[in-house]
Design a protein around this ligand. Structure first.
Ligand code: SF4
Length: 442
């Protein structure tokens, strides 16, 4: 992995206080764990990975001391193998499908083995790059989908240029992943890896404001749209507009990037929602020492959309839940600081008139979804969005209704894992390549 980065994170941000959920394996641990793998024929762990990494092959190479070969096997299927090794929900993907899991035994630690190979040996020199085609492709956004697409395009000989409105590239990998899974510097190291493959990244450039989509279509032979999702959805109740009520994605971004960010004085935090962002946020608050952390969810705990294993971990961290409850007001005291939340009982996820005991809170994180960037997507010529604001694409190629515009990642799938974005970005790169080749043949 490239060692230097032009992108800088402040040294004293809060995310540096977190330990690692899955610390790196030593050489002895990795070889012993690799030797436990049965190298299954028709291994069920492979199709469970959205990028179809040949898992038994990369694990066998670790067991035989061929670390470079192992990293190459991973990268040939997934250029974001380093971040996926840290952030993938392996419990429900590869490790959840491992034959050992089916036998009620501990699965092979595929994620940690992948990290061992990637951290130890990943290098652009492992990958074969096609001669330059002289063709350039513009990519809107520099999150995981665009990075994976750009890396694959560079390997095919094309010249990808990414346009990112933020100062730091990497999207949610840099600013949104729970810090006990991955730190910002790991995300930026992977950005460097994609740059070293031949991608150019222009940060601080907002498409639609600083340049137009038409400018990009004139400058490049094709476009990839990897814009992700928009701002946090808001809590629409009296008192919610004001200090102390923050969107969870924005709160995590500040935790990971803002040296002035602090939790001083916060004793009672409430996180509204039941998805994976909410479950990340409650664990972060608890691990940072906030005395009382509660999840407020409008359905029963077992109906949460977030992963079971994340909720189990949150409970171990001391998080509790106020289930079947809906916030009706944020009550403020002196100086506009939050005092408590008024709640009513919910049935079937819908609020009733039945009041519940108020919940003391001095910080409220809202994790009830993110807006879709529907307006931008729909402004692109020939690009259609569905009734939920997701860009419509051909699932085989990532092509939109405009033959020169492709898309992938959260803007298409509505918000999934980094590994899904990687798979969709790479699939779109193949689609763009086929399109450029066919245009040449005509
Ligand atoms: Fe190894 Fe488990 Fe995959 Fe079989 S299913 S190849 S044991 S990781």
């Amino acid at each position: 992995m490239a060692g230097r980065s032009p992108y800088r994170l402040p040294a004293d941000r809060l995310e540096t206080r977190f330990g690692e959920k899955a610390p790196p394996l030593s050489k002895g641990e990795a070889v012993a764990e690799a030797a436990r793998c049965l190298y299954c024929y028709d291994a069920p762990c492979i199709p469970a990975c959205p990028t179809h990494i040949d898992i038994p092959t990369f694990i066998r190479k670790i067991a035989t001391g061929n670390l470079k070969g192992s990293a190459r096997t991973i990268l040939e299927s997934n250029l974001l193998g380093a971040s996926c090794a840290r952030v993938c929900p392996v419990e429900v993907l590869c490790e959840g499908s491992c034959v050992y899991t089916g036998w009620g035994r501990k699965p092979i630690e595929i994620g940690r083995l992948q990290r061992y190979a990637m951290d130890g040996a990943a290098s652009v020199n492992l990958l074969r790059k096609a001669p330059s085609t002289g063709r350039s492709v513009g990519l809107v956004g520099a999150g995981p989908a665009s990075l994976a697409c750009a890396g694959a395009l560079a390997l095919l000989g094309h010249s990808p240029v990414l346009y990112e409105k933020e100062d730091l590239p990497g999207g949610l990998n840099t600013t949104g992943v729970a810090p006990y899974k991955m730190k910002g510097e790991n995300a930026l190291a992977e950005v460097d890896f994609i740059r070293d493959l031949g991608a150019e990244i222009r940060t601080g450039v907002e498409v639609g404001a600083d340049v137009t989509a038409e400018d990009l279509l004139a400058a490049h032979e094709a476009l990839f749209v990897g814009i992700g999702l928009g701002a946090d959805s808001k809590l629409d109740v009296p008192g919610a507009d004001g200090p102390g009520v923050v969107g969870a994605v924005e709160w995590i971004r500040r935790l990971k990037t803002d040296p002035a960010f602090s939790l001083d004085g916060i004793q009672n935090a409430a996180v509204i929602g039941g998805g994976n962002t909410a479950l990340d946020a409650v664990q972060e608050l608890a691990k940072l020492g906030v005395r009382s952390v509660r999840l407020v969810y409008r359905r029963r705990a077992e109906e949460m959309k977030g992963y079971r294993h994340e909720w189990s971990q949150a409970k171990q961290d001391g998080v509790s839940i106020v289930a079947e409850a809906v916030v009706t007001e944020v009550v403020r005291g002196q100086g506009a600081s939050i005092r408590e939340l008024k709640l009513v009982k919910a049935r079937g996820g819908r609020p009733t008139e039945e009041p519940l005991d108020p919940l003391p809170a001095d910080l409220v994180l809202v994790a009830v979804g993110q807006a879709k960037l529907r307006r931008f997507a729909a402004s692109l010529p020939g690009v259609e969005v569905d009734d939920r604001g997701r860009i419509l694409v051909d699932p085989e190629t990532g092509a939109t209704g405009n033959p020169r515009i492709f898309a992938g990642g959260d803007a298409v799938n509505g918000g999934k894992e980094v590994v899904n974005a990687a798979a969709e970005g790479q699939r779109a790169a193949a689609g763009i390549h086929a399109r450029l080749e066919s245009a040449t043949a005509r």
